[in-house]
Design a protein around this ligand. Sequence first.
Ligand SMILES: [Zn+2]
Length: 203
Amino acid sequence: MKVKQNLRVRIDADAMERIWHWTDLAAGEFSCLGTVTDDITVSNVQLFDQICTAASTELDQDALAKFLVTHAQPEHVRAWIHSHGRLGVFWSQQDEACIEGLANDQCLVSIVVNKKREFKARIDVWQPFRLTFDDLPLEIRLPDQNLRGECERLFNAHVVEMQPVLMPDWRGGRHPQQQGQPQHGQAYRGGWPDFDDDLADWR
Ligand SMILES: [Zn+2]
């Protein structure tokens, strides 16, 4: 059964960059695995031993077992990412078989990419029902550099937010909403003018 909902997959910028580098480096396909957090964020993507061709990448069960045995958090390895090289992004029969082979009691995030930077992302669950959430948005999570305080200080020091005045009121006087002179560091917190009302003055 395939359904769509307002789900999305997040991926760390670091993980996304690694995937694009490996996609560029591979002549054809390649696979990697990543960890998934409770809020469906993929991170810590890693390669494992594999033999790839231009059109296939098989998950070697021995290599997979070896990878999981040496992984620090094998229970969080819930993301399978692979590239189709120069081909389009879709789920092949082999991909569907790989996904079934990675079935678990939580969920599996699968991402397929190609050299044109196209991608498809899906989430599969097996319990309590078998469901596939396909064509999900992929949101890149940027690293938090803890810059909020500095940005707020600089914003307040340099930015004055004036209410936009679209056009003069020719019937004299100031626009009723053109009052008050915000100072530096005082963000304007009123509502925006009703554009339709302002334009109506010209009709
Ligand atoms: Zn594939």
